[in-house]
Ligand binder design. Sequence first.
Ligand SMILES: [Fe+2]
Ligand SMILES: [Fe+2]
Length: 130
Amino acid sequence: MPITEWDDSLALGIEDLDQQHKQLIGYINTIYDAVHSENRQEIVQEMIGNLSKYADEHFALEERYMEESNYPGLDNQKREHKYFIVKLLSLEAEGHDSPAAYAEVINFLMSWLINHVRRTDMQLKNHLRP
Ligand SMILES: [Fe+2]
Ligand SMILES: [Fe+2]
């Protein structure tokens, strides 16, 4: 059972950014679905590696769209994107083999999806199509 799913309320209408947000949901579900897996630690480790690459590419592209459209919320976006990268690195360094640490990874990603993708990123939609 996925913990979260894509729906149209998450669509910015910019194809490559929408694909990347779908990819993020895929990573979160892979981590969540690993809960009872014997290889949970390896799976989470691999997904954190993927997320770190993902974050570099996705944030750069998203910020480029914002720059090109003179988006007034760009500084706030950059601040939140930096926070994501720093937090992800610290989760990676702390390890995630205990149930509490594993739950912290999921909680962090779900709150990112709700607070950043669903709120902060979706504000861009109104800016591009007022
Ligand atoms: Fe985003
Ligand atoms: Fe963003």
